[in-house]
Design a protein around this ligand. Structure first.
Ligand SMILES: Cc1cc2nc3c(=O)[nH]c(=O)nc-3n(C[C@H](O)[C@H](O)[C@H](O)COP(=O)(O)O)c2cc1C
Length: 731
């Protein structure tokens, strides 16, 4: 519940202040250059902590006829107000030790003065200032809610900087950049609010009031100010402003504004006539100004520049995310829950599942069904229903999405009047340890209910793979005799344009009914090893996916012929020169882990295919080992020529093979057990593990790895899964 409130608040706040925020960030970007520009003047030739106040006073009094005051600004420049020997009153930047002129103050550049006005008040004086203050406050709330959402998404504060799960570009970088820039944005916004509140006198006064002690009656008026002990003790880095005595009469004194207090000093004795620390509000106000403007720090103004620019990206990416969510939002049902024959219940946290719900809803309506759609939490009795479909994602650590978290409790209490045929479709990601766990829980609980009859076993869909969904629809049609068609209703953007490929090489089919197929794209296309080739046997059929290796610009596929596999049998009939049309799908979560300190590749059967290309990307020649499990030695032979080139180039260090039907008859998980210490240590030292092959193998391999990390480095595998060190692509 709370998470949806945060998300809703985040969205509403962003929508209501979007335009003003764009204006504030664009002007903020321009203004961030001002401190950088002033810093380039370089009027600070010596570090001020090495100069005594007495030295500067002596130099100024020697160089000029009269000194009225001087201030030390945020860039450590000394700006003195003097009367020159020629009798002119001037403001000059001076050297702290010699008081020689370094430069004169320039008026603010018109671009900066214009932008400052726009940024502070939109040229609307008090009304504008009020609006700007309000928008700063909203920005603060947006950033705080954003931060909470990221913490929740990452699975807690301690996992804040763990790998961000791959998703579409805008969502992914909303999170990635949010982790870096939300804190500076909160600072910018909070200090903006503070400065606005100060302008409207909403904060306690920052003024310092002095009570002056009576000076001594008789003093030696020949003493030079530069000889006073107090001025020798103070270094120039503590000084902000010094106002010289108005006249030589002992009643007039030096006024010193230091970093943390103000002092009045007798001009002949050096006695402190008054000393007042600054109130907290004064220091807070000065800090706010520095943090908000970046004055005096090139590094901080650079951070402000990046943070202001990131706000523009957040507005853009947030808008894209919102549009996607609205587009995918599930509309109202034409029939009520009591009138409908087909009930579609969904659980979704970030809206991705909704596109599938919508497609299934349209498909069922087209097939003439009366359909009712609702979130899982509104589960109730359905008077005329015959079929129920549950489509749900998993969130957090194997938990229910927010709009489904009451379903399991309701299932216990609600009694259905009729028997219902049910199907559960789980959406999740193999990169999470508890893959589709909530859908598994739902399916298990439904199985225990008397009034429910399973139509098809639970299907798990990895990373919203529509092929798996379409495949399930086909199985559903076969099982029920229905003729559901949903493909046309699925979000189009998921389908990449089909491309033409030419067959340039094919191996003989080996004893395991496996062969390699090499395809050359007719036109130049971008792809990487680990991406997928989606081939559709016929227009109306679900595409089949093959993991690809990129080999000298061509695609290498490893295919196993299945008895009833339309696609694999068709591919086995292809000959050199034949052409096919297929799509390439990006599969970013299974690309070569460039930052890993070592890579352990684990595959069974045709799962070896992507590694034939992935290994070639090991440009730095980090330790890379391959473990492969197959039936016989002969079945390995088709891969050997490709792997031997990698062994020669040292991009692959070792190959470990397990044959289940020959020799010692070993499965890959047994082979891994023999190397478990070494694998666990590699993980501990920042290595990555890539697993490709069957889901059954995946499950067993994860069990072996978990045991290995627990035994040898005393940590569960989950820690490394969360850090993104385990990459899986299993089907
Ligand atoms: C913070 C977070 C936690 C997730 N936890 C799991 C998980 O435990 N198990 C799983 O299989 N998928 C997990 N996923 C993946 C989602 O279930 C998957 O991306 C799904 O398609 C999201 O669908 P939705 O947008 O409809 O919620 C998680 C995703 C995120 C962002």
């Amino acid at each position: 519940m709370t998470i949806s409130i945060w998300r809703y608040s985040h969205l509403v706040l962003a929508l209501s202040s979007g335009l003003f925020l764009i204006l504030a960030s664009v002007t903020g970007i321009v203004l961030a250059f001002e401190p950088m520009q002033t810093a380039t003047n370089g009027y600070n030739p010596v570090p001020l902590n090495e100069v005594r106040l007495s030295e500067t006073i002596a130099a100024l009094q020697q160089e000029y006829d009269e000194v009225l005051s001087f201030k030390v600004d945020q860039d450590d420049y000394i700006l003195a107000n003097v009367v020159t020997k020629e009798g002119d009153n001037k403001a000059l930047y001076v050297h702290p030790k010699t008081a020689k002129v370094l430069g004169v103050p320039e008026p603010q550049h018109p671009i900066f003065s214009f932008t400052t006005n726009l940024h502070r008040s939109l040229f609307l004086k008090s009304v504008g200032r009020f609006f700007v203050g309000l928008v700063s406050f909203l920005l603060c709330l947006i950033a705080v809610t954003g931060l909470l959402l990221i913490i929740k998404r990452q699975g807690g504060l301690l996992k804040f900087f763990n790998k961000v799960q791959p998703d579409y570009f805008e969502l992914r970088y909303h999170v990635v950049l949010g982790r870096w820039f939300l804190l500076p944005i909160i600072l910018i916004a909070a200090t903006g609010v503070y400065l606005s509140a100060e302008k409207f006198s909403l904060l306690p006064s920052t003024r310092v009031t002095h009570k002056i002690m009576e000076p001594e009656d008789h003093v030696d008026e020949n003493i030079q100010a530069s000889d006073l002990a107090i001025f020798k003790e103070i270094t120039m880095d503590q000084v902000r402003l010094v106002t010289f005595p108005f006249s030589p009469f002992p009643e007039d004194y030096f006024e010193l504004a230091l970093q943390n207090r103000e002092l009045y000093v007798h001009q002949y004795t050096g006695a402190i006539l008054s000393e007042q620390p600054y109130p907290f509000t004064y220091l807070a106000s000065r800090l706010s100004l520095t943090l908000h403007t970046g004055q005096g720090s090139v590094l901080w103004s650079l951070i402000l520049l990046l943070a202001s620019s990131s706000i523009l990206f957040f507005i853009y990416s947030g808008f894209v995310m919102w549009r996607k969510r609205v587009k995918n939002s599930v509309g109202k049902s034409k029939f009520s829950e009591d009138e409908s024959s087909h009930i579609l219940l969904y659980g979704s946290e970030t809206g991705n599942t909704n596109g599938f719900v919508l497609a299934l809803q349209k498909g069922l309506i087209k097939a003439g069904k009366r359909v009712f759609v609702a979130p899982l939490n509104s589960y109730t009795t359905y008077k005329k229903a015959t079929d129920i479909f549950i489509l749900t994602s998993t969130y957090g650590e194997g938990e229910a999405p927010t709009n489904a978290n009451k379903f399991l409790d309701k299932l216990e209490t609600v009694v259905q009047p009729n028997q219902l045929n049910y199907s559960v479709i789980g959406f999740g990601s193999l990169s999470y340890p508890l893959y589709c766990q909530f859908a598994i829980d739902v399916a298990q609980n439904l199985r225990k209910q008397d009034n429910f009859k399973e139509t098809l076993p639970l299907v798990k869909i990895n990373n919203q793979a529509k092929e798996t969904f379409l495949d399930w629809i086909e199985k559903y049609n076969q099982r029920t005799g229905e003729r559901l068609r949903v493909e046309a209703y699925l979000p189009k953007s998921n389908f990449l344009k089909p491309k033409k490929f030419e067959v340039i090489f094919k191996t003989e089919v080996n004893v395991d009914q496996t062969f390699l197929l090499q395809l050359k794209p007719r036109k130049k296309i971008k792809f990487q090893s680990g991406d997928l080739l989606a081939y559709r046997p016929k227009e109306d059929q679900a595409p089949r996916l093959y993991s690809i290796a990129k080999y000298n610009g061509t695609l290498l596929l490893s295919i196993k012929i299945h008895e009833h596999g339309i696609c694999s049998r068709y591919f086995s009939t292809l000959e050199t020169g034949n052409k096919i049309t297929a799509n390439i799908q990006k599969n970013t979560h299974f690309h070569f882990p460039k930052k890993a300190t070592s890579v352990t590749c684990i595959a069974n059967g045709t799962g070896l295919a992507p590694f034939l290309g992935l290994i070639a990307e090991n440009k730095k020649r980090i330790p890379l080992d391959l473990f492969w499990g197959g039936r016989t030695k002969a079945s390995y032979q088709i891969y050997e020529p490709f792997l031997s080139t990698h062994l020669e180039s040292k991009q692959l260090q070792q190959v470990h093979l397990a044959y289940s039907q020959e020799g010692t008859k070993q499965y890959i998980q047994q082979l891994l057990e023999l190397h478990s210490k070494e694998i666990a240590e590699k993980l501990h030292n920042g290595g990555a593990i890539m697993i490709c092959g069957s889901l059954a193998m995946h499950k067993q391999v994860l069990e072996v790895l978990d045991q290995a990390t627990l035994t040898y480095i005393n940590q569960p595998l989950r820690i490394f899964e969360e850090k993104g060190q385990i990459l899986s692509d299993c089907y």
